[in-house]
Design a protein around this ligand. Structure first.
Ligand code: OSB
Ligand code: MG
Length: 378
C-alpha cells in the first residue's frame, strides 16, 4: 500500500449536553479527522481522540497535530506499507508516547487497508460478533434527580449498562439513591482518577452496591496503589487511564491492579495494540469493553469494529450519535436499537464520511504530500 496524501482537518462539533467528569466540563468537541489517500485514490478515515486540553491525558489536539505533521505523516508517506500491523510494530516504534496521534493515523490506514481488501474493518481485525451491546456514560449532573431522569430515558431506549461519573462528594449518596430506585440495573462508576488511597472509607462504601466495576479510581499513572485497593475491594476495578500498551496491561494483570480493562483505541496507540491487549486479556480471563471519548461517527465506527472481537464481553461506551450531536458527520449516523449496534459488513469502517457535513464543521485543514515534506524522521 502506498499512501500518496494525508489530509488533517480540525473539526468542532457542539455537544447537545455539556459532559462533566471529575476533571472538567466539555461543551463541545474539537478533534482531528485524518484522511489517508492511497496512490489508487482510496481514502481511509479515523479521528484523533485527543482533547483540546491535557486533562484526561497529556496529549492535546495541538500536540497531536505537531506529532502527526512533523513525524508520523512523513513516515507513512515515505514507506510502502504491506500491512497496518507494521505501523506500530516497525514504523512508529522509535517515537515515544503520543498514543492518540499514532492511533489516528494508524486507524486511517486500517480503514484504507480493509477497503482495499473489500472487507469490513471488523473482519480484518478478527471480529466475530455481528452485533455489539452498548451502554451509556452519564456525566456529573447538578442533581441526583436529573441523573435518575437520564437513567430512566436510557433504560427505555434499551441501553445495556449505566456508567455514572463520580468524584468525592458525588459518589456514595448518588449510587445509594440510584440503587434504591434501580436495584438490578448493570451499574458502574467512573472516577477518572479523583481519589487516593486516603479515600479508602469512601471507596469501601461503594463496595456495598453490587457495582459491575469501579473505573480508574486512583491516579492516572498508577498501577501499584490500584493493586492495593483491589485487594481490599470485592468490586472489580477497571483500569482506563493507566493502560497505554500491551506491556502496561501485562504488568497490571500481574500485579492484580484490576480485574477488567477498558480499551480506548487512541489511548493504547491504535488497533494493532488493541488486538494484542485483547488477546492477552482473553488468555488471562480479564473481560474487556470499549471506552468512549465523545467521538464523532468516524471514531465510533472504529470502536464498533474493535468491539466485535470476542473478548469484548461487557457493554461499552459507544452510544448512538444522536445522544451527542445535532448531526453527526457520517451517513448513516451510528444508531442503537434496544442497546445493540449492528456491526457493518461494508468495506472498511462501514459508515460513509459525509463531505458536506465534514466541510461544514471544519475549522482548518492541511494536506500533506511527500514532496512537500522534509521527511527528517521518516
Ligand atoms: O473516562 O471514559 C472516560 C469522555 C472523555 C474522557 C474520558 C472519558 C469519557 C467518557 C465518555 O466517559 C464516554 C462517551 O464517549 O460517551
Ligand atoms: Mg474512564
Amino acid at each position: 500500500m502506498k499512501i500518496k496524501q494525508v489530509i488533517l482537518r480540525h473539526l468542532k462539533l457542539d455537544l447537545l449536553e455539556p459532559f462533566t467528569t471529575s476533571f472538567g466540563t466539555e461543551y463541545d468537541r474539537d478533534f482531528i479527522l485524518v484522511e489517508a489517500i492511497s496512490d489508487d485514490g482510496i481514502s481511509g478515515w479515523a479521528e484523533s481522540v485527543a482533547m483540546l486540553d491535557p486533562l484526561y491525558n497529556e496529549e492535546t489536539l495541538k500536540t497531536n497535530w505537531h506529532i502527526l505533521e512533523d513525524y508520523l505523516i512523513p513516515i507513512i508517506l515515505k514507506n510502502e506499507i504491506k500491512h497496518p500491523d507494521e505501523i506500530s510494530e516497525k514504523y512508529f516504534t522509535h517515537i515515544r508516547g503520543n498514543y492518540m496521534a499514532k492511533a489516528a493515523l494508524e486507524g486511517a490506514v486500517w480503514d484504507l487497508y480493509a477497503k482495499k481488501q473489500g472487507a469490513s474493518l471488523s473482519n480484518v481485525l478478527g471480529g466475530t460478533k455481528k452485533k455489539i451491546e452498548v451502554g451509556v456514560s452519564i456525566g456529573i449532573k447538578d442533581s441526583i434527580d436529573s441523573t435518575l431522569d437520564i437513567i430512566e430515558a436510557r433504560l427505555g431506549e434499551g441501553y445495556k449498562r449505566f456508567k455514572l461519573k463520580i468524584k468525592p462528594g458525588w459518589d456514595v449518596e448518588l449510587i445509594d439513591k440510584v440503587r434504591k430506585v434501580y436495584p438490578e440495573i448493570p451499574l458502574m462508576a467512573d472516577a477518572n482518577s479523583a481519589y487516593t488511597l486516603k479515600d479508602i472509607d469512601r471507596l469501601s462504601a461503594l463496595d456495598d452496591f453490587n457495582l459491575m466495576m469501579i473505573e480508574q479510581p486512583l491516579a492516572y499513572n498508577d498501577i501499584i496503589d490500584h493493586a492495593d485497593l483491589q485487594s481490599r475491594l470485592k468490586t472489580p476495578i477497571c483500569l482506563d487511564e493507566s493502560i497505554h500498551s500491551l506491556e502496561d496491561a501485562r504488568k497490571a494483570i500481574k500485579l492484580g491492579s484490576c480485574k477488567i480493562i477498558n480499551i480506548k483505541i487512541g489511548r493504547v496507540g491504535g488497533l494493532t495494540e488493541s488486538k494484542k491487549i485483547h488477546d492477552l486479556c482473553l488468555e488471562h480471563g480479564i473481560p474487556l469493553w470499549c471506552g468512549g471519548m465523545l467521538e464523532s461517527g468516524i471514531g465510533r465506527a472504529h470502536n464498533i469494529a474493535i468491539t466485535s472481537l470476542p473478548n469484548f464481553t461487557l457493554p461499552g461506551d459507544t452510544a448512538a450519535s444522536s445522544l451527542y450531536w445535532a448531526e453527526d458527520i457520517t451517513d448513516p449516523e451510528v444508531t442503537v436499537e434496544n442497546g445493540m449496534i449492528s456491526v457493518p459488513e461494508l468495506p472498511g469502517i462501514g459508515y460513509e464520511p459525509s463531505m458536506e457535513k465534514i466541510n461544514k464543521y471544519t475549522i482548518h485543514s492541511q494536506t500533506y504530500h511527500l514532496s512537500e515534506n522534509v521527511a527528517r524522521n521518516a
